[in-house]
Design a binder for this molecule. Structure first.
Ligand SMILES: [Ca+2]
Length: 305
């Protein structure tokens, strides 16, 4: 996508650079603005900013005036945005294109903004890709059945284990579905409960209702912690939602734990999800939580279930 949008901007700029910018004054009193791409003794062909070509008969033309065209101005604006290379610069370029009714160029600018920040809600909405929080998040939780080590999804999940002695693996010892689950073994907490958190932040809407759930298992009295960290536009954490320390029944049975929440803070834009082991009740004792079958999306059952 990046190369496509970049190539498009380059192409548009190149086309502009070669162009003459002309205003054709018509005998009828009208004007045609664009660049003359063909002319002979009988006709003049003007390419407008929209890309549409218009053929004008010589007898209908009073005079041709050179003027800086929208495309020339666009070239300067696009070069400026490419130098700054920020989401804001590309959104400003898109605004300028919109004011000048240059939709193709506007789309290219919005795509460039998304190459920098794929979750930018303004750009997504202007491209008709209004964030679909459930779909985005649900698709993002690849490997929901944890058949593959999250390390294989390096850009999706990251280990948060600083100062802890966390050992994680995709384990075939226990599975709620498929052949394996993710096991988290630790005896010592770090700055946070040790576990995995999504690197991606998923769009959520204020007032929407969301559910995070997972199936949990232990053989040694471990407690689990599911967390939904709510973030503002800049990715700064707001008040989050967590399961609290979930004690898993000792009877070696898979237990489903769900966290349902509704973002209330008007600044909420995104959520990051985390799966952790909670060591409140087992400090110093090595315990293992097995996690399988993650879900994030609309509520699946009534509250309290
Ligand atoms: Ca599984």
């Amino acid at each position: 996508m990046r190369s496509t949008a970049l190539a498009l901007i380059a192409l548009l700029a190149l086309a502009t650079g070669q162009a003459r910018a002309d205003v054709v004054h018509l005998r009828s009193g009208g004007l045609v603005e664009g660049r003359i791409v063909e002319e002979d003794t009988a006709t003049v062909v003007v390419e407008k900013a929209s890309g549409m070509k218009m053929t004008i008969n010589r007898p209908d033309i009073v005079r041709i005036e050179k003027k800086e065209s929208s495309l020339d101005q666009y070239e300067a604006q696009a070069a400026d945005a490419e130098t700054k290379k920020t989401v804001e610069s590309f959104l400003a370029l898109a605004d300028w294109c919109k004011q000048n009714r240059m939709r193709t160029q506007e789309v290219a600018a919005l795509e460039r903004a998304l190459e920098i920040d794929a979750d930018n809600i303004a750009a997504l909405q202007r491209l008709g890709r209004a964030p679909e929080p459930y779909k985005v998040a649900h698709n993002a939780i690849q490997n929901a059945s944890l058949e593959l080590d999250p390390r294989n999804y390096g850009t999706l999940w990251r280990l948060e284990d600083s100062e802890s002695d966390l050992v994680t693996k995709v384990s075939a010892d226990q599975a709620h579905s498929g052949k394996s689950s993710l096991s988290l073994t630790a005896s010592k907490a770090g700055a946070k409960w040790p576990g995995w958190a999504t690197v991606d932040k998923f769009p959520v809407v204020v007032g929407g209702t969301y559910e995070l759930h997972a199936w949990l298992y232990t053989t040694d009295g471990a407690a689990a912690w599911l967390e939904a960290m709510l973030l503002d536009e800049q990715g700064k954490p707001l008040v989050g939602q967590a399961s609290g320390c979930v004690e898993i029944p000792q009877a070696s049975t898979w237990t489903e734990k769900r966290v349902t929440f509704t973002p209330q803070d008007p600044n909420t834009r995104f959520v990051r999800l985390a799966l952790r082991q909670c060591l409140d009740y087992s400090r110093g004792k090595k315990t293992t939580v097995y996690v399988d079958d993650l879900y994030f999306g609309p509520p699946t059952k009534s509250a309290g279930n």
